[in-house]
Write a protein that binds this ligand. Structure first.
Ligand code: NAD
Length: 327
């Protein structure tokens, strides 16, 4: 199996690459190659199969086509300009999230024709496609009503994924990701960045600001669970998704206050003392438009997983990702 990850230098791209290197196979067949593409040079990943790193911009049609030179069988399309950045720069978001996605789908289409079979394309959409005049609890089949440019661009990608799949050009699987917390490393430009930073940074002994109140509810999932679900998306039969190849991934709803209490129960009270509570109207305006409550029957019936508790997410972070102070 030849595999490709766009956004392969990012948070989930790197974790997915390491997970593929560990398991060494997809759909019961050995992985024979992995290409990691990113607009910034992706870090190398050790594996028993060849891993190629490519620095390329998917909004460049020719550069996107070149990524498909070996006709990959499974593509995880994770490259994107994230929510805060896409809201701040409409042109950039449209270029990467809409046209970049179209470029990847077109390249997959032509590569599939050359290879004589439709490649599997797993698309990272977002729960930001939901909002506005939608029910408080999102169920499968609810219309999309994004309240940000990022959400609108992700929703357009979903429609393209469906149409290319309906035509048999690709075998698409679109996953609407909950906020992935606790994200390691540095804060990013996602409006949801604080949903990781108030745990990650404080657990690492640094201050962090929470721009929303304690009773603000969040739809979230842990990185470990997310990587399981990204891998799982390649394993199931595409037709099982039905006419809509996109679904809401399982996740958890917790209030920020309950998540902080979970952190305290696992790691002690020191971290919470480092949280400040200054409101941020820009962040609040974006995240209040997101939905926190979902019933994900379709995702669960297809074998996608949800987390059991946020305590687990804290433990996973301490085991997998915490940056230990030197010395
Ligand atoms: N992490 C989350 O909480 C979350 C939630 C919902 C959806 N998602 C989606 O999941 C995917 C992965 O998210 P992530 O958290 O790993 O984000 P990330 O920002 O860490 O990774 C995205 C990668 O895409 C790359 N990229 C940006 N523009 C590019 C371009 N023009 N060409 C090639 N690469 C480009 C970035 O350099 C980055 O490394 C994204 O599509 C994101 O929208 C993530």
């Amino acid at each position: 199996m030849k595999t490709l990850i766009t956004g392969g230098g990012g948070f989930l791209g790197q974790k997915l690459a390491k997970a593929l290197a560990e398991v060494g196979e997809v759909r019961g067949e050995k992985i024979t190659s992995l290409t990691l593409c990113d607009v910034v040079p992706p870090a190398k990943v050790d594996a028993s199969f060849p891993v190629q790193t490519v620095t390329a911009d998917i909004s460049d049609k020719d550069a996107a086509a070149k990524l498909f030179a070996d006709n990959p069988d499974v593509i995880w399309h994770l490259a994107a300009v994230v929510s805060g950045a896409a809201e701040a720069d409409l042109d950039l978001g449209i270029r990467v999230n809409l046209f970049g996605t179209l470029n990847i789908l077109e390249a997959a289409r032509h590569s599939g024709v050359a290879a004589g079979r439709a490649p599997i394309v797993i698309y990272a959409s977002s729960c930001a496609v939901h909002g506005g005049e939608e029910p408080e609890v999102i169920v499968d089949g609810v219309e999309l009503n994004p309240q940000t440019s990022y959400g609108a661009q992700k929703a357009m990608g979903e429609l393209l994924l469906n149409d290319y799949s309906r035509r048999g050009l690709i075998d698409g699987r679109g996953l609407r990701l909950p906020t992935v917390s606790i994200r390691p490393g540095k804060a990013n430009a996602a409006a949801s960045s604080f949903m990781s930073s108030i745990f990650r940074d404080t657990l690492q002994g640094n201050k962090s600001n929470c721009p929303v109140p304690r009773d603000f509810s969040v739809w979230h999932t842990a990185p470990r669970t997310m990587i399981h679900n990204l891998k799982h998306a390649a394993e199931i039969d595409g037709a099982a998704f039905g006419a809509n190849r996109n679904l809401n991934l399982p996740g958890r709803t917790d209030s920020i206050g309950d998540m902080i209490d979970a952190m305290t129960s696992v790691a002690g009270p020191e971290a919470e003392a480092l949280i400040t509570w200054d409101t941020d109207p820009v962040i609040e305006a974006i995240v209040v438009g997101w939905r926190a409550f979902y019933l994900t029957n379709k995702g669960l019936s297809l074998g996608f997983k949800a987390d059991d508790s946020f305590e687990d997410s804290v433990r996973f972070f301490l085991e997998d990702d915490i940056e230990k102070a030197a010395g």
